[in-house]
Design a protein around this ligand. Structure first.
Ligand SMILES: Cc1cc2nc3c(=O)[nH]c(=O)nc-3n(C[C@H](O)[C@H](O)[C@H](O)COP(=O)(O)OP(=O)(O)OC[C@H]3O[C@@H](n4cnc5c(N)ncnc54)[C@H](O)[C@@H]3O)c2cc1C
Length: 557
């Protein structure tokens, strides 16, 4: 069957969601064969939505009906039921329901007044017809170009500033600490190297072997399907961030060594925002000099504790606390980690995340994170070090660092001519905790929307111009976030589930799908036969995991 790329992508996401939801609901563990289809009854697609689906995704609708978990006509409910359980799968396709799916703070909500996105039926955005296109209506700027402040010089800010400057916008990039070492594992996907044209000499290590290690220390090598040119890049953030900022500067951005403190929000469209900051430019120590700067628009790229987010009352998000130690280990031990990274899962290293050992130029970064038990983070860190004990023996801790990692997007990511990107917006994926690529990508995407809306800096921009970035972002990445959210809920919930997860990772098909998705940030269309095999193997793994748990429970009695 010929399906469009978009349809294949949606279908792949659907399959994983079906799989995830059924496992999450525990249907396989209960061993009730009929619950598989019963659970599918909970996937309600309303008649008017099926009509949309038919017209936008005709081949997908047919294809779905022939899937291992077919969406038969009998499952399509004829009357509307509680819309509070609605969930939009992709921004442009259709809405589906599941009582098995718990609340999820999604990517489409931008108003702090609105309820969780998961509780909203998918409706056409009310503002769509009213949107003002800057190219037609916004005033032309006289004698100057558009002025934009980018607050924060991490990957999000560096990428945003470069794109703005290249696009003809007068750009001011604020960074409070030009030698900042952002606490970070520093793992980046291959596509980031290409898309952001990163020179290879800023990449410390090219990891081609990734070991996933279960609670009982079963290690699975998950890099077996990588092609010779493929790898995961390992960078030190002080190197990557400085490089991106420098490139923005070369392209015309003014880099200001200053701490953004607050901003005055204008009451109308043509008045500037006033940025208040402490300038450290030309100062080697002491307090900064208080200054202000007037700009037309602001990009908040100032990370998880964003002051720009506070200025626009963007609301809070749940966060994980991540802890990391940089450990200098003897050369012979370092040789083991030359092109290898490790991920440890288990209640000991984290109740809801994973522990890692990532190689850097001359040391390894050992870390872990948690959302649910933040007070125990040091205990988890100790356990992670203990698990890797043999391999890092004789190591010396040269740096200890910790930082929050956002768990989901902020309730509001845009207000007027101010937009949030990267961690300030909350773009880290669950399950993997990945945020560098998404930070750089969102920074660039937001800047592109401003360049386009301002016609290369010649016109004033309006909220509608910046909103285009959000629409594009949500459309492109929402499914990725959702899938990883579900995977985390299914596989990180207990040690038996983690054993199952590691066992599943031994499957070459899983490895290929996972790595392709990670390295290239595209969801690879599945092979139906292999998907079926994967589903059977997953059920097997979970049933075995459940059996193990039952045995363990018996022992505890
Ligand atoms: C321990 C740990 C490990 C991680 N490991 C990985 C990993 O391996 N791979 C991955 O992809 N992601 C990882 N992440 C997530 C990743 O670090 C973030 O998602 C990413 O750094 C977000 O980039 P950003 O540019 O949005 O924000 P940041 O990198 O936080 O950059 C914000 C910048 O703004 C500056 N700033 C802040 N406030 C102000 C202010 N008021 N005025 C001026 N400047 C300001 C800061 O100094 C900083 O340079 C990890 C996170 C942690 C905490």
């Amino acid at each position: 069957m010929n399906m469009t790329k978009e349809e294949k992508r949606t279908l792949t996401q659907l399959r994983v969601l079906f799989l995830g939801k059924q496992a999450e609901a525990g249907v396989w563990e209960k061993g009730q064969r009929h619950t598989l289809s019963t659970n599918l009854h909970h996937l309600k697609i309303y008649p008017h939505q099926i009509a949309t689906l038919n017209s936008t995704h005709p081949t997908l609708t047919n294809h779905l009906k022939s899937q291992p978990y077919p969406l038969k006509q009998t499952h399509i409910h004829k009357k509307k039921s509680n819309p509070a359980h609605c969930l939009t799968l992709t921004p442009h396709s259709f809405t589906m329901n599941s009582i098995a799916l718990k609340t999820f703070v999604g990517l489409r909500q931008t108003s702090p007044d609105a309820q969780h996105f998961a509780a909203q039926p998918r409706l056409p955005p009310p503002h769509r017809k009213l949107r003002i296109v800057a190219g037609k209506f916004s005033p032309k700027l006289q004698g100057r170009n558009l002025r934009v402040a980018v607050v924060g010089g991490g990957p999000a800010g560096g990428a945003a500033a470069e794109t703005l400057a290249k696009g003809g916008v007068e750009t001011f990039l604020f960074e409070r600490k030009l030698d900042n070492c952002k606490p970070c594992g520093g793992a980046i996907p291959l596509c980031m190297v290409g898309e952001f044209d990163l020179p290879l000499d800023i990449i410390d290590r090219r990891v081609t072997k990734m070991k996933m290690i279960s609670p009982s220390n079963v290690a699975v090598d998950i890099g077996r399907t990588l092609k010779p040119h493929e790898y995961i890049g390992m960078v030190r953030r002080e190197v990557l961030d400085a490089y991106l900022r420098e490139r923005a500067k070369e392209n015309g951005a003014s880099v200001i060594n200053g701490l953004f403190t607050k901003m005055d929000i204008p009451k109308d469209n043509n008045t500037p925002y006033v940025i208040h900051y402490s300038s450290y430019d030309n100062k080697s120590s002491g307090a900064g000099e208080k200054r202000t700067l007037e700009v037309d628009a602001v990009i908040g790229a100032d990370g998880a504790n964003s002051r720009v987010a506070k200025s626009i009352d963007a609301g809070e998000y749940e966060y994980a606390i991540a802890f990391q130690e940089r450990v200098k280990i003897p050369d012979d031990k370092m040789a083991y980690y030359e092109d290898l990274a490790e991920m440890y899962v288990g209640d000991d290293v984290s109740p809801d995340f994973y522990g890692w050992v990532f190689p850097k130029c001359d040391h390894v970064a050992v870390g872990t994170g948690t959302v649910t038990h933040k007070g125990d983070i040091k205990k988890f860190q100790l356990a992670t070090r203990k698990r890797a004990e043999d391999k890092i023996l004789g190591g010396k801790i040269i740096r200890v660092e910790a930082h929050p990692i956002p768990e989901h997007p902020r309730p509001r990511r845009l207000l007027g001519r101010v937009a949030l990107v990267g961690d300030a917006a909350g773009y880290v994926t669950k399950c993997s905790g990945e945020g560098i690529y998404f930070a750089a990508k969102s920074g660039r995407m937001c800047a592109e929307a401003i360049v386009e809306g301002s016609e290369n800096g010649k016109r004033m921009v309006e909220e509608g111009d910046l909103r285009k970035y959000l629409e594009k972002w949500d459309k492109t990445y929402w499914p990725t976030y959702k899938v990883l959210d579900v995977l985390q809920k299914v596989f990180y919930r207990s040690n038996p589930a983690r054993e199952a997860f590691v066992e599943m990772c031994a499957d070459e098909y899983v490895q290929k799908m996972t790595f392709d998705s990670y390295l290239y940030k595209t969801v690879v269309p599945g092979n139906p036969l292999e998907d079926l095999k994967l589903a059977i193997n997953t059920i097997g793994s979970l049933v075995r995991a459940s059996a193990i748990r039952r045995e363990m429970n018996k022992l505890n009695v």
